[in-house]
Ligand binder design. Structure first.
Ligand SMILES: *Cc1c(COP(=O)(O)O)cnc(C)c1O
Length: 429
């Protein structure tokens, strides 16, 4: 068991053996396979076992592993210079593609991660409105951003912001509303008049199960924000270039003032971006007072990979094909007794317990013990899912109908085992 001993060695040098916590299999138990190679829809571990990959790098790999166009872009960038610390033509290529895909993005700034994009967008919002507070939603994930981590579920579970190491002051500026509940938003806005700079939302959630916005929810947020002089920020780090080329904004027809991007933007290289109305983005240094900078921001490797990823995403039929593949998968999975499946396009989540998920209270009832058994049964059948019932699994353009059918077959067997082994009211979170 090379994977097991390698993971044990890793845990002695890297906290939990991982460089990002959920990879550690905390929710499902056991040692994670150590992966050595990916290609298309598959990954392989140290022992040479092959898995059908539904993690897709936790979202970015819309085109699967090692798409030849992306590999070529990275190789060319590596051969011609990985970093100049100066502007390049590829940044122009990429900015044009992003602003074309997202009509609400008139100007964009590229950073290195989704979390950086969110943190920077919040600064722009505070600066533009002269207001201190951010309203977010319980269970929505935005990366490790101080003022967001410090408020809500994570902080509560950890015993407060200080337990997390976050500043209690950061928590104080964050208001937490309920997803899919406009009432909770208007109440918070009314009780903090002229204090809220922005409403920040994942238009489709990806870390408390995949939860679509109820009809009217995003439109209602847009209206409330306009009434109260609050900016609307869509965190489309996961949904951008995934639920549609133009993200949830295209899918639901609601325009954000600022949008955060990452993940599928660059097809598997580190990158994030934030953008929106030109008057807001001109507030960013050097044209404006909002400081945001970074040595690797807009580096040629990530940018050239992103240009390739954008061109692949713009090819005709990409999203129709993904949608059809997702429909086939969800139709099959929905027939499995006891298994809850929710999706928006190619992002989906699997769980046991609730009939459906509409907000974090439903998600709290997801049966993690049952999911843990299900997860390992799937892994044993060669299907690699996110090791958490809360996190979105993803399809890529390289998955085939035949592979989807294999997943359905594996899930049918795995769900039966999981429900048999964890009878009765199993423990929640
Ligand atoms: C993954 C994610 C982030 C954080 O992105 P990183 O690149 O991991 O920093 C932020 N928001 C959403 C919605 C995400 O899914």
């Amino acid at each position: 068991m090379e994977s097991v001993s390698t993971f044990r060695a890793l845990t002695e040098l890297i906290p939990g053996g991982v460089n990002s916590p959920f990879r550690a299999f905390g929710q499902v138990g056991g040692a994670p396979p150590i992966l050595v190679r990916g290609r298309g829809s598959r990954v392989w571990d140290l022992e040479g076992r092959e898995y059908l990959d539904l993690v897709c790098g936790w979202g970015p790999l819309l085109m699967g592993h090692c798409h030849p166009r992306i590999v070529q872009a990275v190789q060319e960038a590596a051969a011609e210079g990985t970093l100049f610390g100066a502007s390049t033509t590829w940044e122009l290529d990429l900015a044009r593609r992003v602003t074309e895909a997202f009509p609400s993005i008139e100007m964009v700034r590229f950073v290195n991660s989704g979390a950086e994009a969110v943190q920077s967008a919040l600064r722009v919002a505070r600066s533009a409105t002269g207001r201190p507070r951010i309203l977010k939603f319980e269970g929505c994930y935005h990366g490790h951003v101080e003022c967001l981590d410090a408020a809500g579920l994570e902080a509560e579970q950890a015993g407060g912001p200080l337990a997390l190491g976050a500043s209690p002051g950061a928590a104080a500026e964050t208001l937490v509303a309920r997803f899919n509940d406009l009432e909770s938003v208007s109440h918070l806005l009314a009780s903090h008049p002229d204090e809220v700079a922005a409403v920040l939302v994942e238009p489709v959630t990806g870390s408390m199960g995949v939860i679509p916005p109820k009809p009217g929810f995003l439109e209602g947020l847009r209206e409330l924000c306009d009434q109260e002089g609050v900016l609307l920020i869509f965190d489309e780090v996961l949904t951008g270039f995934r639920v549609a080329r133009g993200g949830a904004q295209e899918r639901y027809g609601v325009r954000a003032d600022l949008t955060c991007l990452g993940k599928a933007l660059s097809g598997g290289l580190p990158m994030g971006g934030y953008g929106g109305r030109a008057d807001l983005m001109r507030r960013v240094a050097p044209t404006g007072p909002v400081y945001q900078a970074g040595t690797y921001c807009g580096n040629p490797v990530s940018v050239r990979a992103a240009v390739a990823a954008m061109d692949l995403a713009a090819a005709p039929g990409v999203y129709d094909d993904l949608e059809a593949l997702a429909s086939r998968l969800v139709a099959g999975l929905s027939l499995i007794p006891g298994l809850l499946v929710q999706n928006v396009g190619s992002m989906f989540s699997l769980g046991f317990g609730p009939e459906r998920l509409e907000d974090h209270r439903d998600a709290e009832r997801l049966q993690t013990r049952t999911f843990a058994v299900f997860f390992h049964e799937m892994l044993a059948r060669g299907v690699y899912l996110p090791p958490s019932t809360f996190d979105a699994a993803c399809l890529a353009t390289v998955h085939t109908a035949e592979e989807v059918d294999r997943v359905i077959q594996a899930a049918t067997e795995a769900a039966q085992v999981a429900l048999e082994r964890t009878p009765g009211p199993a423990a929640g979170i």
